[in-house]
Each structure stands twice: as structure tokens, then as C-alpha cells.
Design a protein around this ligand. Structure first.
Ligand code: IPE
Ligand code: IPE
Ligand code: MG
Length: 228
């Protein structure tokens, strides 16, 4: 039945934390904290809906040029929430994988990432990919350079597997919250045939119900992949 189609892989550009805080006359960091709480709850709900892969865009390569104060606040939130949350993922049998350029992140944050990945490795219920310090162009470029180093041409599937998403299937549904209608350097190669869903809802307000609405819209879409 068309209406019961569940996407295998949902990717979310979690945008609008700053504006959420501004609306409430709060500092931007309060928006990031609210966004972090929402992200944790949403990442549980999404797997309960039968989705197997979920990629969350938390920090782009370009976001790393934001003021130091904002980045320090984001890293502090990460240090506070990440270890506890990886324990939860472990209990829920979900594998965590972090994509992005780790050389751009503080050393202790990278250490927490490695520990979280090691703790949750082998979880069979689903895979949560967290994109931190991630850029789609950078992802493609590093795969190109890896192929160049090997000194040979590569095929389409082989190239896909060389990206940071590896053998994870491409996103079926790509959601962006916060009202902007652009990809902002998210999974550029991988989203070639993703269904796009844009909503004005700011990320901290993107409730489980809002996710269900997106899933419903997805279920009603006809995917043609260029065919008739
Ligand atoms: C998205 O929210 C989260 C990050 C990029 C870290 P923003 O911080 O971009 O929020 P707005 O777009 O300014 O509202
Ligand atoms: C995209 O949001 C990146 C993340 C949500 C992680 P931005 O707020 O950085 O995007 P732009 O600058 O509006 O394109
Ligand atoms: Mg933004």
C-alpha cells in the first residue's frame, strides 16, 4: 500500500536553533541546547517508525567559521550530552557513526566520538549517522583524491562506497527544518534522488508529530528515478 511506505534512510538538516532562541529573546546557545534535546528525542522516535538509517546534520564545515564563543558552546553541549546518549544508543541496539572532518574538531571531542562509535559498534536495529564538521563537497573531493592516489578510474558504486557514508544506502527522504530551501553542502552526491521536504518549523519545535507529517508526505510521493 502506497501510504505505508517507510523510508529506509531519513536525513535531516537541523536548522533554526538560533532563530528559535531569538524569538524568545534568549542567547543562541539556548537554541542549541533546545535543539540538542530535540535531536536526542527525535533520533529515538525515528527508529520507532521503522526507519533503519538516520543522518543528522549537526555542524557543517562552513559552520566552523562561526564565532569562537558559539562553537565553544556547541562543543560544551556535545561533551555534556554525547557520552550519556551513546549509552542509550547502545541499549537500543543502534550503531552510531560520525561523518565529517575530525581534524577540524577539538581533540577531546574526537576522543568522545571514537569512544561512542566503539561502544555502539555492531548495533543491528539501525544506524545513526551524525554529521559534524561535514561538507558534501569535501566528502566528494576526498573520495576523488583517494581514487587519484590509487591511480585508476573507479565506477559509480565503487565511488559511492568511498564516500564517508560508505555502504549506507542513499537517503530516501531529506528533511530541512528552519525555512531555508537549500542543501547547504549536505550529502550532495548521496541526495541525487532523495525526496526533499522543507518545513518552516524551527528545529527545536520539530516534534515527533512533525516528523510523522514528513513521513506521510513521503509515503504519498511517486519516485520515478528518471523512468516514466
Ligand atoms: C542550526 O541552527 C544548527 C547549527 C548550524 C549548529 P542555526 O544555528 O543555523 O540556527 P539559525 O539558522 O541561525 O536559526
Ligand atoms: C546548515 O545550516 C547546517 C546545519 C544545520 C548543520 P546553516 O544555518 O549553516 O545553513 P545556511 O548558512 O543558512 O545555508
Ligand atoms: Mg541556520
Amino acid at each position: 500500500m502506497e501510504g505505508s511506505r517507510i523510508p529506509r534512510h531519513v536525513a535531516v538538516i537541523m536548522d533554526g536553533n538560533g532563530r528559535w532562541a531569538k524569538k524568545r529573546l534568549l542567547p543562541r546557545g539556548a537554541g542549541h541546547k533546545a535543539g540538542m534535546n530535540r535531536m536526542i528525542a527525535l533520533s529515538e522516535h525515528i527508529f520507532d517508525r521503522g526507519v533503519t538509517f538516520c543522518t543528522l546534520y549537526a555542524l557543517s564545515t562552513e559552520n566552523l567559521s562561526r564565532p569562537k564563543e558559539e562553537l565553544d558552546g556547541l562543543y560544551a553541549l556535545f561533551r555534556e550530552y554525547f557520552p550519556r546518549n551513546t549509552q542509550t544508543l547502545k541499549k537500543k541496539n543502534i550503531t552510531l557513526k560520525v561523518i565529517g572532518d575530525r581534524a577540524l574538531l577539538p581533540a577531546d571531542v574526537v576522543r568522545l566520538i571514537c569512544e561512542g562509535e566503539a561502544l555502539t559498534a555492531g548495533g543491528t536495529r539501525g544506524t545513526l549517522l551524525l554529521a559534524i564538521g561535514y561538507g558534501g563537497r569535501q566528502d566528494i573531493l576526498s573520495a576523488v583524491n583517494a581514487a587519484v592516489r590509487q591511480g585508476r578510474e573507479v565506477g559509480m558504486e565503487e565511488f559511492s562506497a568511498m564516500l564517508s557514508t560508505g555502504d549506507i544506502p542513499e537517503p530516501d527522504l531529506l528533511i530541512r527544518t528552519g525555512g531555508e530551501v537549500r542543501l547547504s553542502n549536505f550529502l550532495l552526491w548521496q541526495s541525487a534522488y532523495s525526496e526533499l521536504y522543507f518545513t518552516d518549523v524551527l528545529f527545536p519545535d520539530f516534534s515527533d508529530k512533525e516528523l510523522d507529517r514528513a513521513l506521510e508526505v513521503y509515503a504519498g510521493r511517486e519516485r520515478r528515478f528518471g523512468k516514466i
